[in-house]
Design a protein around this ligand. Structure first.
Ligand SMILES: [Zn+2]
Length: 480
């Protein structure tokens, strides 16, 4: 890889507390970032997260809480920062769309699209759902209400700016044709193609009198940006769009992570905006799955199956929750969050497999007084086997297959445990040289297990690495 690697999450909307879906997306992106920082050097990876802070919903919510809007968004944005800290999400940039810099650069983006002839003004009337922040069609209504929000949309008649999304259908379909592996999982490719084929021009502004909390449209103070049009530009602005062309060329395009309800925005609208502004298409689109309730149904307050990431962290600690989200929850398809699975997986993979092996090797090397951690003196056959599993795990990480990579690391630790059981380095009939060879081999394996698990459970791995180097006996993972 000769180019630098840029990775970004979507920006959560700051009208509520972070939920388990945010946790999944943030820790996945963090793991990819950490893996590539180790591989390419941390100066060659840039990891962006942040918060989406405009829109009607936020305006209304702030009023409900009797807060000034800026104070309201500051409060919730800080909740997401705290959340990142809690879950060890080490970002390079925490992007906020309510900053002056963002306003200025988003307006630059608008002008580029306008100069390219893709923005026009049109009278529009229809039913508007504030929850969705968009006009919804008669067809979408259920009993006269928005199916997602259960509220009756407001009737609105206003003049707005529109973006010529329909003009990019062929361009995007050709782009997908020449880059069939741009989207993960590939099973979603057909869905994206049909979204693109059916793309109609979209409204990208609102009347300021309806939405005082938004970015002013260039040369039209009566209109403000539609919240999505403003928020999407962050991905390019975070790496220099509108301020530093050289930096932008260094980092753009990048990898974008997003959830299942976001394919239209990431794969169609944003890609058309990029093409309109003369920027390259996104390098990789990663659509993670949805975290379902333990009953396998979508989490909802009514069903009472909502799992709070804060409660889970308090109960098990951040790394155990990270480990389960990254190893037990499928990386690309919907899967249920089951606490009993979390406990079983932690006990079997970390406590019994990895932790136990680490403990046995350190303990035996101390009692047998042999030298370990001499990695240039590992037996050839053993090294070949270990290296091949390591290569497989790395190749899975390279393809952003986090859960599968983690499974491979577990297989590596399991291979180590089988090897120690078979070789019996505690056996009194073995010579010191024989014991040393076995334990040195295992220290090589452990060193690799630690480095491969580091992107997933960084703190435990840093403790494990220190313990192995200093040959200090520790119980890294207490059974739950
Ligand atoms: Zn709605």
């Amino acid at each position: 890889m000769d180019k630098k690697l840029y990775i970004t999450t979507t920006l959560p909307y700051v009208n509520a507390e972070p939920h388990i879906g945010h946790a999944l997306e943030f820790v996945q992106a963090d793991t990819i970032s950490r893996y590539f920082k180790i591989k390419l050097g941390s100066e060659n990876v840039f990891f962006n997260v942040g918060t989406d802070e405009h829109g009607q919903k936020i305006f209304r919510k702030a009023k409900e809480e009797c807060l000034e809007i800026q104070d309201f968004v500051d409060k919730y944005s800080q909740r997401f920062k705290d959340f990142c800290k809690l879950f060890l999400v080490e970002y390079d940039s925490f992007y906020r769309t309510s900053t002056k810099e963002h306003h200025k650069a988003a307006q630059e983006f608008w002008k580029k699209c306008q100069d390219n002839g893709d923005i026009y003004k049109k009278r529009y009337s229809g039913r508007y759902c504030v929850g969705c922040e968009r006009f919804i069609t008669e067809k979408e209504l259920v009993d006269g209400k928005c199916p997602d929000h259960g509220t009756e949309p407001e009737f609105r008649d206003e003049e707005n700016y529109f973006f010529k999304l329909s003009g990019y259908r062929d361009h995007l379909l050709n782009w997908l044709k020449s880059n069939p592996d741009i989207l993960k999982p590939v099973s979603k490719l057909e869905e994206l193609k049909s979204i693109i084929s059916e793309a109609e021009d979209i409204s990208i502004s609102r009347l300021r009198e309806n939405l005082p909390w938004g970015i002013e449209v260039p040369n039209d103070p009566e209109q403000v940006f539609y919240v999505w049009f403003d928020a999407l530009t962050n991905y390019a602005i975070a790496v220099g769009f509108g301020s530093d062309e050289k930096r932008l060329n260094e980092w753009w395009p990048g990898i974008q992570l997003f959830g299942p309800d976001n394919l239209r925005f990431q794969g169609c609208i944003w890609q058309s905006m990029l093409a309109s502004a003369g920027l390259s298409q996104t390098a990789k689109l990663l659509e993670h799955g949805m975290v379902l309730g333990s009953d396998g149904r979508k989490m909802s307050k009514t069903l009472g199956n909502v799992i709070s990431p804060f409660d889970q962290e308090e109960k098990y600690g951040a790394e155990v929750v990270r480990f389960y989200l990254l190893s037990g929850i499928s990386t690309y398809s919907d899967s249920p969050y089951k606490e009993e699975d979390l406990v079983n997986m932690y006990n079997s993979r970390l406590a019994n497999n990895f932790g136990n092996l680490l403990n046995r090797v350190i303990h035996l090397s101390n009692t047998k007084e042999v030298n370990i951690n001499r990695y240039d003196d590992v037996e050839e056959d053993f090294k070949t086997k270990v290296d091949s599993l390591k290569d497989e795990a790395e190749s899975l990480y390279d393809q952003y297959e986090i859960a599968l990579a983690s499974e491979k690391v577990d297989m590596l630790a399991d291979f180590g445990n089988k090897y120690i059981t078979e070789k019996e380095p505690w056996n009194k009939n073995l010579t010191k040289e024989e014991v040393e060879k076995i334990l040195n081999n295992l220290s090589y394996l452990l060193n690799i297990v630690i480095s491969l698990y580091t992107p997933i459970i960084p703190n435990s791995c840093s403790k494990a690495s220190k313990a192995l180097n200093d040959r200090e006996s520790i119980i890294l993972f207490n059974k739950i």
